[in-house]
Design a protein around this ligand. Structure first.
Ligand SMILES: NC(=O)c1ccc[n+]([C@@H]2O[C@H](COP(=O)([O-])OP(=O)(O)OC[C@H]3O[C@@H](n4cnc5c(N)ncnc54)[C@H](OP(=O)(O)O)[C@@H]3O)[C@@H](O)[C@H]2O)c1
Length: 249
């Protein structure tokens, strides 16, 4: 079990971020829960216990907001060992020629630029602290490998996350910084609620898809986070066993 280790989890107000933050606290970590909806974060932190958890209202697409998140975490817990780059969003499923440019930019700002801004601040802390180093786990997706229909913004940004992960793994080596990625398929969170009603398939049909317990994702992240600095799970895919991803026509 990890002891006296400090984590920042972005997108921690619901879903995978919330569950992973709670699981990290249970595993002995001190956790800064970050997202825009402060009232949700306060409730989670009250339940986790204020000694081990901190709520920070943060918009990952805003550089000053991200800087403040890392400064508050350092001030409260003294160092940083883990960044779970988890905050993310999708866009409405429309043909790419109909996607408003503003919506494209919003998704890029959160899913890619937000991850980059958090990565930069984490690198600054990791390099400056003693002992040096830490781990960054990026939340990719099955969409980092294969698109769903009409998902150009989400799929493009999630493919880009894979590039970011590999750059972290390479550039981080000299400073004991590990870069890794978890690619999730169909965890039961608010983002996948629509799958219970039916989602568009490549053949034009709509189909209800199986989902998996979000706790299984949280436990996978706790495992990746708990490895020694000499070991790294570069990429892990955790998916609903019966989801329609593996296979071909
Ligand atoms: N569920 C799945 O099956 C699945 C599969 C593949 C990948 N993922 C990835 O997992 C991550 C979490 O998704 P989820 O399923 O847990 O969905 P979710 O419950 O909708 O969570 C999204 C989280 O991101 C936060 N967020 C959105 N924009 C933000 C911003 N500008 N600044 C800070 N936080 C922001 C939201 O909090 P606020 O609204 O309070 O800011 C929320 O906590 C995403 O990156 C998603 O792409 C999920």
């Amino acid at each position: 079990m990890a002891q006296d280790k400090v984590a920042i989890v972005t997108g921690a107000s619901t879903g995978i971020g919330e569950s992973t933050g709670r699981a990290l606290v249970k595993a002995g970590w001190k956790v800064a829960f970050a997202a825009r909806r402060a009232e949700l974060l306060q409730k989670i932190v009250a339940e986790c216990g204020a000694a081990n958890a901190l709520a920070v209202a943060c918009d990952v697409s805003k550089p000053d907001s991200v800087k403040a998140l890392f400064a508050k975490t350092k001030e409260r817990f003294g160092r940083l060992d883990l960044l779970f780059n988890n905050a993310g969003m999708g866009a409405p499923a429309v043909p790419m020629d109909e996607l408003p440019y503003e919506k494209w930019k919003e998704v890029v700002d959160v899913n890619l630029n937000g991850m980059f801004l958090c990565t930069q601040e984490a690198f600054r802390l990791f390099k400056a602290q003693k002992p040096q180093g830490g781990r960054i786990i990026n939340n990719g997706s099955i969409s980092a490998h294969a698109p769903r229909p009409f998902s150009v913004a989400y799929t493009s940004t999630k493919h880009a996350v894979t590039g970011l992960t590999k750059c972290i793994a390479l550039d981080g080596r000299a400073h004991d910084i590990c870069g890794c990625q978890i690619d999730i398929g169909n965890a039961a969170t608010p983002m996948t609620e629509r799958m219970t009603k039916g989602v568009l398939q490549p053949d034009g049909s709509s189909r209800v898809e199986p989902r998996m317990d979000v706790q299984d994702v949280a436990q996978a992240v706790v495992y990746m986070a708990g490895l020694s600095k000499d070991s790294n799970v570069l990429e892990m895919t955790v998916m609903a066993t019966k989801m329609p991803y593996v296979g071909r026509g």
